[in-house]
Design a protein around this ligand. Structure first.
Ligand code: RNT
Ligand code: ZN
Length: 419
């Protein structure tokens, strides 16, 4: 498609949206400014650089598509390349296992900003902030799948120190990038089979988390968040940090709560939880993922749930209270394409939410006219969104339509295939 065609399509689309009361330029500007956190771990199958080189502990990647990033530099160039085809404000999300120890013999309980300085410099180059995650998996100090709630005090001590280090490091990120840093806590702790004592681990988890947060620096721009999960791979029967646990902890301690789209019963959706959680919590973080039957973490597609999530955020004015992040890992297709597809889809859904003529639908609802409510909701679906999206991509110079795919194929030929 050439630029002239895009502009022509945009003129038509703009008129259509204006006819239903939408200011298209304002919608584009708003959609462009909302940050989406891009998870570095899609690029290397969540393996990281500080450990034994395999992923263990409740999550799994499947597939062996060639071209996995094997070094920090490879991962950073893949991210940089992907970002050139991703429009809108981006945060970069990294895990503690992406530390670069540079030959130093230190463990996760001793990390400082030094092990992440390359990531900070990279984020600054990209103009993004850095989100962070302590890594409570893929490590010999895990007690089976237990970390902060292990019955072994030495194990707990190690992971408590790890949490503290990560919180300190995030403050450095913040200082250096000048941007907010969300520190997300996900602990796989739990049992494969039915357990006899569900309480003891939760007591210990609370004690450990309290120790971490009671002696961590606090500032407005570092947001600590606790992620819940229904079950993990090999942790099917009991998870310590379940929904009620994590939500309750966050609420009581004034932290944020992370809703991962793949962490609930298959008929539950996180879009339905947002305005409920935000009645009581200040902030919520999102891990947008796509569960397929089990804890599968497929690449997110632009489906109804993704749209509903963004509608809930934007139509309720929650942009400042919800930190949007992605969390999936597919090793069966080109990993860079995974990032681009997911990040572009997230942005499409944000833009589409900003373009929705929501006031007229809400007015119908308030007036009890549920016929119009349904009719208008359905009419929204066929508004000429794609013409606005193409125009936005043209403006941002990120490739229109499928153009980005040719570039990814070229990169695969020239760079990835040599790995
Ligand atoms: C696992 C959680 C967690 C991880 C990342 C790598 O089920 O979703 O957020 O995916 O931290
Ligand atoms: Zn997650």
């Amino acid at each position: 498609m050439n630029d002239k065609q895009v502009l022509k399509g945009y003129e038509y689309a703009k008129e259509q949206y204006e006819a239903v009361g939408v200011d298209v330029e304002a919608a584009i500007a708003k959609a462009d400014s909302i940050p989406v956190s891009m998870h570095c771990w899609q690029g290397d199958d969540v393996i990281g650089f500080d450990g034994p080189g395999e992923l263990t502990g409740g999550i799994a990647t499947t597939g062996n598509y060639p071209g996995r990033a094997r070094t920090p530099d490879e991962l950073r160039s893949d991210i940089g390349f992907a970002k050139s085809m991703i429009p809108g404000a981006v945060q970069l999300n990294i895990h503690a296992c992406y530390a670069e120890k540079n030959g130093k013999n230190i463990d996760r309980d001793e990390y400082t900003i030094a092990e992440f300085q390359n990531w900070v410099d990279f984020a600054k180059e990209l103009g993004t902030g850095l989100d962070f995650n302590p890594t409570f998996f893929s490590h010999p100090k895990m007690d089976g799948n237990f970390s902060l709630s292990s019955l072994n005090p030495d194990t707990r001590k190690f992971w408590i120190e790890h949490g503290k280090r990560c919180n300190e490091i995030a403050h450095e990120f913040c200082k250096q990038t000048g941007k907010t840093s969300v520190v997300n806590y996900w602990m796989p702790d739990g049992y494969k089979d039915i357990c006899a004592d569900t309480k003891i681990h939760r007591d210990l988890m609370t004690e450990s988390l309290d120790q971490i947060f009671n002696s961590s620096p606090k500032s407005e721009n570092v947001v600590y968040s606790i992620e819940s999960k229904l079950f993990g791979v090999g942790i099917e029967s009991y998870t310590v940090a379940s929904h009620e646990y994590s939500y309750g902890y966050a609420l009581k301690r004034g932290l944020a709560y992370t809703l991962d789209a793949g962490h609930f019963h298959p008929t539950e959706v996180i879009s339905a939880k947002l305005s409920a959680c935000l009645q009581f919590l200040d902030k919520v973080a999102l891990h947008i993922s796509r569960g397929v039957r089990w804890d599968s973490d497929h690449v997110i597609i632009w489906d109804d749930e993704l749209q509903n999530i963004m509608d809930e955020i934007i139509h309720n004015g929650f942009e400042e209270r919800v930190y949007i992040g992605l969390d999936y890992f597919d090793a069966s297709i080109n990993r860079i394409a995974c990032w681009i597809i997911g990040m572009r889809n997230a942005r499409k859904a944000i833009l589409n939410a900003c373009l929705a003529p929501v006031e007229s639908v809400r007015k119908a609802e308030r007036e009890g006219d549920y016929t119009s409510r349904l009719a208008l909701m359905e009419e929204r679906r066929t508004l000429p969104f794609s013409a606005v999206w193409d125009y936005y991509c043209l403006k941002k110079d990120v490739g229109i339509g499928r153009e980005w795919l040719d570039k990814v194929k070229e990169y695969e030929r020239d760079v990835l295939s040599a790995r």
